[in-house]
Design a protein around this ligand. Structure first.
Ligand code: SF4
Length: 175
C-alpha cells in the first residue's frame, strides 16, 4: 500500500565516539507485500522472505525496509534522513502504482567485481581513504559502503569511469 507519512525516531550508535545517527521511520502503511517489487526496482543487497525485510546499500548507508518501518544507519544529520526518506516514499508509492507491471524478485542483485574496481584505483595503498590497502577499499566499494569520492588521490577520468561502472549495478538514488 501507499505511504503517506511516517514518524521519525533517532538513536545514537552503541560506540559513544561515533558521531553519526541512526533513524527509524515508522510508516503509516504496511509495505510487506511490496518488498519483492521494491527489490526488483531498487536492486536489494539482501532480501529476507521470513521477516520480511529488504536491505539496500547506497552511498555508504545501510537501509532496511520492513513491513512498517525503515531503518537507516550512518546518517550525518536529520536533513540527510529526510532526503533519503522522501526519496524512498516516492519510490514506494511509484512502485505501488506500477506493481502489476513489475516482476517481484526474491533474489539479490549482482555486485560490482572487486578486481574491476581495483583496476581503476591508484593502487598506492596510501591509506587516505582510511583503509589499509586499495584492495580493502575496493571490497568496500563493491559492498556499497564506500564510494569513489572516498579515495582522494584518484584522478577525475578514473573517478568518472568507476562511477559509470558502479551505476550499471545500482539504480539512481537520492541526491
Ligand atoms: S585512498 Fe585510494 S589510493 Fe589510497 S589506499 Fe585508499 S583506495 Fe588506495
Amino acid at each position: 500500500m501507499r505511504v503517506k507519512s511516517y514518524r521519525k525516531e533517532f538513536a545514537l550508535p552503541p560506540n559513544p565516539k561515533a558521531r553519526h545517527l541512526r533513524c527509524y521511520a515508522h510508516l503509516d502503511g504496511n509495505i510487506g507485500e511490496l518488498l519483492p517489487h521494491l527489490n526488483t526496482v531498487l536492486g536489494g543487497h539482501q532480501y529476507d522472505k521470513e521477516t520480511p525485510s529488504l536491505t539496500l546499500k547506497f552511498k555508504g548507508k545501510l537501509i532496511t525496509l520492513y513491513s512498517q518501518m525503515i531503518a537507516i544507519n550512518i546518517l550525518k544529520d536529520e536533513a540527510e534522513a529526510d532526503s533519503i526518506l522522501e526519496w524512498l516514499r516516492r519510490e514506494i508509492n511509484e512502485t505501488w502504482k506500477r506493481r502489476r507491471e513489475i516482476e517481484p524478485s526474491y533474489e539479490v542483485s549482482a555486485k560490482p567485481r572487486i578486481l574491476d574496481i581495483l583496476r581503476l584505483l591508484p593502487k598506492t595503498n596510501c591509506q587516505q581513504c582510511g583503509q589499509a590497502t586499495c584492495m580493502v577499499f575496493a571490497t568496500q566499494v563493491s559492498e556499497g559502503v564506500s564510494c569513489p569520492d572516498d579515495c582522494p588521490p584518484m584522478d577525475e577520468p578514473s573517478r568518472r569511469k568507476l562511477q559509470k561502472y558502479l551505476d550499471a549495478y545500482q539504480p539512481a538514488c537520492w541526491s
